[in-house]
Design a protein. Structure first.
Length: 329
């Protein structure tokens, strides 16, 4: 039996420049961090040759090609896992519509578990690259690459998306005290709205050329966040988030709505210095930068919304249980 644990993520700046339509024009750049909320994948050997897949549904099939769950099917194909296994997926949040990268974390976690089940321990870069191939190239999702890479690498990372399709990963060093502070001064509140990101991202991709100047300004927010972290001036991140959110809302028509705007204005009036919707937009979680002495006021102002406490996760996808027996397979 193999169990993998793969973190979810929060994107701080640069979102949208990890889409192929942008980095085909010029290099993209994002900065994001892994959080201590996870997707778990359990793979166990079965006595028979069937494949069991457990999620919100239960599938029992004879071959990989019969699996309805796209990510499980393609991850099994990619890793060469064929039959005689049971796959169970669990997550700390709903699997779709959160804006915390759960779909990509699941893909990375599946690949990690299947490779390990086959006796291979593969590096983070390979997990991320293969996850991108499954989601973007095979399944045709209109998404970028940052979610897969931060899920695989963990910690706080700057990623550069090169025009040749390669990705450069740069871990952002942080003092332990700053890492703890960042995890407590960035707050997440659930908007109570889930949405599929495909429609938003499809519109955003279509308008990449006309939005290229907005996207360049969004990319330029990345060094501002890096400077805030490196100098220990974490409070400046709120201002960057606020500016980035104003730019992001111009990329597509359904990134925000009246309910989200009212929620954000309520948070600002109570003491948040900036924020944005996590992920593509339209719902999910609202990310806010709130100095500690103002957090109770923000909680009171947003009392009708559920807070989602979290801390920074230093590790990317990893195996947390590995029990192997002699097998005649």
């Amino acid at each position: 039996m193999i169990i993998t644990q793969t973190p979810l993520r929060v994107s701080l700046a640069g979102g949208g420049t990890d889409l192929r339509e942008f980095y085909d024009l010029e290099d993209g750049r994002t900065i994001s961090l892994a959080i201590d909320k996870y997707v778990f994948v359990i793979v166990s050997e079965r006595f028979d040759s069937k494949i069991y897949v457990n999620y919100t549904k239960k599938e029992i099939v004879d071959t990989v090609d019969e699996i309805h769950h796209d990510l499980v099917r393609e991850a099994m194909r990619m890793t060469g896992l064929s039959n005689g296994v049971e796959v169970t997926m669990l997550a700390d949040i709903p699997s779709e519509g959160s804006g915390l990268g759960s779909s990509s974390s699941l893909t990375v976690g599946l690949l990690n578990a299947f490779h390990m089940f086959e006796g291979r321990q593969v590096p983070a870069e390979q997990l991320a690259r293969e996850a991108c191939a499954i989601e973007i190239d095979i399944c045709g999702k209109p998404i970028g690459k940052q979610d897969q890479y931060i899920a695989a690498f963990g910690g706080v990372h700057e990623f550069q998306y090169c025009r040749d399709g390669t990705v450069r990963a740069n871990r952002v060093p942080m003092r332990p005290a700053d890492a703890r502070r960042l995890g407590t001064e960035l707050m997440l509140f659930y908007t109570a709205v889930t949405r599929r990101s495909d429609e938003i991202l499809t519109e955003q991709r279509t308008h990449t050329v006309s939005n290229v100047e907005h996207l360049r300004q969004i990319k330029n927010c990345v060094p501002q966040v890096l400077n805030a972290i490196e100098s220990g001036r974490l409070d400046l991140i709120g201002d960057v988030l606020h500016h980035s959110w104003a730019l992001k809302k111009k990329l597509a028509g359904n990134i925000t709505n009246r309910s989200i705007d009212d929620m954000y204005e309520l948070a600002l009036s109570a003491g948040a210095t900036g924020g944005k919707i996590a992920g593509a937009g339209g719902g999910g979680f609202l990310l806010l930068y709130v100095p500690r002495h103002r957090q109770d006021a923000v909680r009171n102002a947003l009392h009708s919304y559920r807070e989602f406490p979290w801390l920074l996760e230093l590790d990317g996808s990893k195996t947390i249980f590995n029990f192997r027996r002699y097998s005649v397979r």
